[in-house]
Design a protein around this ligand. Structure first.
Ligand code: SF4
Length: 316
């Protein structure tokens, strides 16, 4: 099938920034990304690289001091940025849903799980209980009747995350944005949530997974985008990214990943700069072990390489 036709979401030339005091600073710059239907796409990088701003731009849930300066976000070929808030509210939480880092923030503490699931089921549906039950069954919740009668604080973090995923299923979301969904969970629960995302992908859902953990990218994702200070620096299939990383930042992130027992982990020198600290040339140059003179003054653009898209002069 034509790959373009199979893209459920396409982001074109997206630039978003924040007004801080009297100045405007870009948090993401001219992002171009396509998301193929029925795949798990990772967006990875350290905190502050623009991953969450990207997700919140898709959801149009940005803070008041922010502004989308340019771009298009095409969902099934319709530009979400051109929709009014009323029109977009028919998509947010329904066709495009969010699994947040902290599931407690998305559940109302005052209502039972049953109330909250019934709320998103079409009013015309007569048998809301069966729909809610089936969705909880799909996310592998046991003791469903007891969970339905529970309040969010009575459930564990993993259970709450499963309830949020069940909500996406009830809403028949086509795209699920998962913003570091396992950060607050312990390892075994986190693996079961990630396996659940793989099952949803196999059923045709498209998942955009935000993570700073490259081991998750390796084990669960089909493609990966690495971001640094609001720029895409490398874009590749997850398999290629691990086999043959190109950008020095990707290599540094992989070098910091624990692999073999006894292997010395590499540090990435320095730290990510705040948004209001403007860096000339390649934004990664103060931390890059391969930087040379040109990197300090000229900015590399994302170019098609043999297997990937990379923004680094060494790969030109
Ligand atoms: Fe490093 Fe220069 Fe490549 Fe930037 S352009 S990643 S500074 S080598």
């Amino acid at each position: 099938m034509d790959k373009e036709l199979n893209n459920i979401l396409e982001v074109k030339n997206l630039s978003v920034g924040f007004k801080i005091e009297d100045n405007f600073y870009f948090a993401i710059n001219n992002i171009n990304l396509s998301f193929e239907k029925g795949k798990i796409h990772a967006i990875a990088g350290e905190s502050g690289c623009g991953k969450s701003v990207f997700i919140n731009s898709i959801l149009k849930l940005l803070p008041k001091n922010s502004e989308i300066k340019s771009g298009e976000i095409l969902f099934n070929n319709e530009d979400l940025l051109k929709l009014s808030e009323k029109e977009y509210s028919k998509i947010r939480g329904k066709k495009i849903s969010l699994i947040p880092q902290d599931p407690f923030m998305s559940l109302n503490p005052l209502y039972t799980i049953e109330n909250q699931l019934f709320e998103i089921i079409d009013k015309k549906e007569k048998d809301k209980y069966s729909i809610a039950f089936k969705a909880l069954e799909e996310v592998k919740i046991k003791n469903i009747d007891s969970v339905l009668k529970s309040y969010p604080h009575e459930l564990s973090g993993g259970m709450k995350q499963r309830v949020i995923i069940a909500m996406s299923l009830i809403a028949q979301a086509e795209v699920i944005l998962a913003d570091e969904p396992t950060t607050a969970l312990d390892v075994s629960v986190s693996n079961s949530i990630l396996n659940l995302l793989v099952e949803l992908k196999n059923k045709g859902k498209t998942i955009i997974l935000i993570t700073h953990d490259l081991s998750i990218v390796a084990n669960y994702c089909d493609s990966a985008t690495i971001m640094y200070l609001g720029d895409v620096v490398e874009n590749n299939s997850a398999k290629n990214l691990f086999k043959n990383p190109k950008h020095p930042y990707t290599k540094a992130l992989l070098g910091a990943l624990p692999t073999k027992r006894g292997k010395k982990l590499e540090n990435i020198k320095g730290k990510i700069s705040p948004i209001n600290e403007l860096i000339s040339g390649c934004k990664f140059h103060p931390r890059c072990n391969c930087a040379f003179e040109k990197c300090k003054t000229e900015k590399p653009t994302l170019k098609q390489n043999k297997t990937s898209n990379v923004a680094c002069f060494l790969c030109d």
